[in-house]
Design a protein around this ligand. Structure first.
Ligand code: SAM
Length: 180
């Protein structure tokens, strides 16, 4: 069975083409940025940590990818850079190899999500990987779920893909598709 992150990538790959602009809202070590760079025309990737940009730049360089713009700013500012997107991914929580107190936070996550939902084209998709085992993670999980549950079903389809019998707090996936 697919793990949630695999499912997230497959979900986006189903709609993203080489003509599309996409967003990696949480660059981190650049795994998602590289994945998106391979399938899209242009990637806008955001993170607030210099270390994330360095790691991602290195990863993209090794793969010979030049179609990602790495932005050292919070994803809540994405509308300053992107006017339209076919897809986006959020990988919430902290960067495992860095300062674990630097986490995504409910207010800015929701602000970014709301903006990305607004500039998504019809048929566009957003994958949100929710990690919530860390301090503050529970609050962010609740905020994201409340936000997506509140989306009008005429505008978005919202789906959940979640392990049900795993110990601890395994990450899960929320998938959104814009209908109109
Ligand atoms: N997608 C990444 C990868 O493939 O390695 C993992 C992302 S990691 C779980 C979460 C990242 O979100 C961290 O690197 C953290 O610095 C970043 N972050 C925290 N607040 C942010 C914000 N407001 N805007 C953008 N990134 C943020």
């Amino acid at each position: 069975m697919k793990r949630p992150l695999e499912m997230a990538h497959d979900f986006l790959a189903e709609v993203v083409t080489q003509d599309d602009t996409v967003v990696d809202a949480t660059m981190g070590n650049g795994h998602d940025t590289l994945f998106l760079a391979k399938i899209a025309k242009q990637v806008y990737a955001f993170d607030i940590q210099e270390q994330a940009l360095e790691k991602t730049k290195e990863r993209l360089g090794q793969a010979g990818m030049t179609n990602a713009q790495l932005i050292l700013q919070g994803h809540e500012t994405l509308d300053q850079f992107v006017t339209e997107a076919k897809a986006g991914i959020f990988n919430l929580g902290y960067l495992p190899s860095a300062d674990k107190s630097v986490i995504t936070r409910p207010q800015t996550t929701i602000e970014a999500l709301e903006k990305l939902c607004g500039l998504l084209v019809k048929g566009g998709r957003i994958a949100i990987m929710i990690y919530y085992g860390h301090d503050g993670g529970d609050m962010e999980k609740d905020a994201v779920l409340e936000y997506v549950i509140g989306l009008d079903q005429r505008d978005f389809t919202a789906m959940l893909y979640q392990p049900l019998n795993q110990i601890n707090t395994p990450p899960f996936l929320v998938m959104l598709e814009k209908l109109q």
